[in-house]
Ligand binder design. Structure first.
Ligand code: AHR
Length: 641
């Protein structure tokens, strides 16, 4: 391998590596968004209070049902949960219980914030208790007096604190109970554990930490399919995700479950802020997943205005209508915004209307915000062979998506080596090598790393990249997409080998990409697999390299990051020649991700089976030979100081 330091190299985009997110696999509700109560506003099902159960201790008798008759005034809380306590007395309590998203996580020495709206039928003064207790009803982990409720809807909140000796479990539920007979209505029942940066409507700490550790430069949100909606009416209507959560009706998501919209537009932006990243804002562009299509022209104009308002909400100062709304919602300072994506995967639009729709958005946004870089979601031919192109305008970037098998992804590591240099820059807005479920295995991670070496070598074309999907709740029922980056249940989380690759590449990235040439690299064979049952003429089998390389230099740190992927099960020794280098220290650092089998992976039970190991590397210099472990991704940190 020859790394040519006599050439200036090419600048690496400071926003090369980021994250992509949408509500899929219980990414927010039941995932990053820390709310623990499932179906807190009783709208998950029209007919039954799903995820809720009645509590009837010995001697107590009660029933629960949905009730649409008594909305909480001046809120979006229109459906309540009615508890009819036919028989209750001291020592014979009745109540309502929620077991969360596959369990409520109980941890020692932890403060939870519970809150709910409640009212009784009469004048009342009915006392309630709130507790986190075992699903068997026997163990009480934390309990508090919930207040005395009366005939008016009011919001009650209590703090529940677990003791030092509590053993962590997910076998728990939230219970609100009474020892008085009668009828009680509840709404927006909520339970929050501590959140990242203590944000009141915030995010789960362990997951946020994993994301922060990746040092993402941007977050692409709110989708994916989620921004589009199954129908135009169920698109991500950002205006309905603002303000107090009692004002948010929620909406049907695109992946088979309802979204609470607790993760609203401002929460996305604060998430970005907490990661010290920048937003890549995807706006609805008039096309929904069921094929519904708003044609360019007057019919599309309200949606264009919706996008302009959204940009104003993100960036406007408090003298603007939507900037003032953001200040009212709690964030007076505008957010920095440089990238806006128009739609998502519009190549699937069978009517091929994207060129016109894109143009209308492009002209309106550029007229008001000429500094914004606009991203088209089509680029001729995408991973499923959809063909469409924006020809009426020149987008700043095109978003390309790739979901491939590991060998196909390794093959495509060379994709950008011969890519058209004259057109827009590339945003690889969704991609993953797919093997291993529900989070990908080492083989997939090797292929991801191979593909990323291609991004780094071609940093003049590839401006941004983000893997997808990012998050998955690994419980049965939590998984809508089979191959994902970070897995979790109610209590714990882990990064897949692919997660560690993302982290390694992002943490060790210079500002200049150096020319790298490799010789005598052995190959393995890749035969494309048919995508479905239809008879297909497949292309002949192709040779795919077994090793992949990239090198970037940090001028600030005086370091070179040589990234090497060895995709096969035996060690390979490489002669490295840093041509034209003034000085390379004999000692450096090696960060190595590897494992014995390429199918090896991480899980909730074994979260650290395949993780990078950092060690001192010696024998380095302007020319050196290095043995790369079987099935490995290595970052060699070379010091030029
Ligand atoms: O990442 C999962 C889905 O894949 C996204 O929602 C969509 O954009 C793509 O088809």
């Amino acid at each position: 391998v020859r790394i040519d330091l006599s050439k200036p190299g090419i600048p690496v985009s400071p926003t090369l590596y980021g994250l992509m997110t949408e509500e899929i696999n219980y990414s927010y509700d039941g995932g990053l968004y820390a709310e623990l109560v499932r179906n807190r506003v009783f709208k998950d099902d029209d007919k039954a209070p799903v995820h809720w159960s009645v509590v009837q201790d010995a001697g107590g008798s009660a029933a629960i049902a949905l009730d649409h008759r008594f909305p909480v005034p001046a809120t979006a809380l229109t459906t309540s949960l009615r508890l009819d306590a036919a028989r209750a007395a001291q020592g014979h309590r009745v109540g309502i219980a929620n077991a969360g998203y596959w369990g409520i996580p109980v941890k020692p020495n932890t403060r939870y914030r519970a809150s709910f709206y409640a009212r009784t039928a009469g004048a009342g003064g009915v006392p309630l208790t709130v507790s986190i207790e075992g699903v068997d009803g026997k163990t009480v982990y934390a309990q508090a007096d919930g207040g005395r409720i009366d005939g008016e809807w009011k919001r009650y909140s209590v703090t529940l604190t677990t003791g030092a000796k509590v053993k962590p479990t997910t076998g728990a539920r939230l219970v609100i109970a009474t020892e008085s007979p009668g009828t009680i209505w509840f709404n927006q029942v909520s339970l929050f554990p501590p959140t990242y940066n203590d944000r009141p409507n915030g995010n789960r700490v362990d997951l946020m930490q994993k994301l922060v550790d990746m040092k993402p430069r941007f977050l692409r949100f709110p989708g994916g399919n989620y921004v589009e909606g199954v129908t135009v009416d169920t698109r991500f209507k950002w205006k309905e995700t603002l303000g107090p959560i009692a004002q948010r009706p929620g909406h049907p998501g695109t992946w088979g479950y309802r979204s609470s919209d607790g993760m609203g537009l401002l929460e996305f932006l604060e998430w970005v802020e907490d990661m010290k990243a920048e937003p890549v804002l995807a706006v609805f562009a008039g096309y929904a997943l069921n094929g519904e299509n708003v044609p360019a022209g007057p019919a599309l104009q309200p949606f264009v205005q919706e996008a302009l308002d959204e940009i104003e909400y993100v960036t406007g100062d408090v003298s603007t209508k939507w900037g003032a709304q953001r200040a009212k919602d709690g964030h007076p300072a505008p957010f920095k915004l440089r990238y806006v994506e128009i739609g998502n995967e519009d190549g699937f639009d069978k009517k091929k209307t994207y060129d016109g729709r894109y143009t209308q958005f492009h002209d309106a946004i550029k007229a008001k915000y000429p500094q914004l870089k606009l991203i088209s979601t089509v680029n001729g031919k995408d991973w499923l062979g959809q063909q469409q192109k924006v020809t009426s305008r020149v987008p700043d970037l095109v978003d390309e998506h790739f979901y491939y098998t590991p060998l196909q992804m390794m093959h495509d590591a060379a994709r950008y080596d011969s890519y058209e240099r004259k057109g827009p820059k590339v945003f690889i807005g969704e991609w993953a090598a797919q093997e291993g479920e529900p989070t990908t295995d080492l083989h997939a991670a090797l292929a991801d790393a191979a593909f990323m070496t291609g991004m780094e070598r071609n940093a003049d074309v590839v401006e941004m990249s983000c893997y997808a999907p990012l998050l998955v709740n690994v419980n049965p029922g939590g998984v809508q997409w089979r191959y994902n980056l970070v897995g979790y249940d109610a209590q714990g989380s882990y990064g897949s080998p692919s997660y560690h690759v993302q982290k390694m590449f992002s943490n060790y990235l210079g500002n200049v990409s150096l020319p790298v040439t490799a010789q005598k690299v052995s190959t393995q064979t890749w035969q494309e697999a048919p995508r479905d049952e239809t008879p297909q003429v497949l292309p002949p089998a192709r040779d795919v390299p077994t090793m992949f390389f990239s090198a970037t230099r940090s001028e600030q740190r005086g370091e070179i990051y040589l990234k090497v992927v060895n995709a096969i099960g035996s060690a390979q020794t490489v002669q490295v020649d840093l041509a034209g280098a003034a000085k390379v220290a004999a000692e450096g650092k090696a960060i190595v991700l590897s494992s014995a089998q390429k199918e090896d992976t991480n899980t909730i039970a074994e979260p650290a089976k395949v993780v990078p190991v950092t060690s001192k590397a010696s024998g380095l210099g302007k020319q050196f030979s290095y043995s790369f472990a079987p099935y490995s991704v290595t970052v060699l940190v070379l010091s030029t100081k």
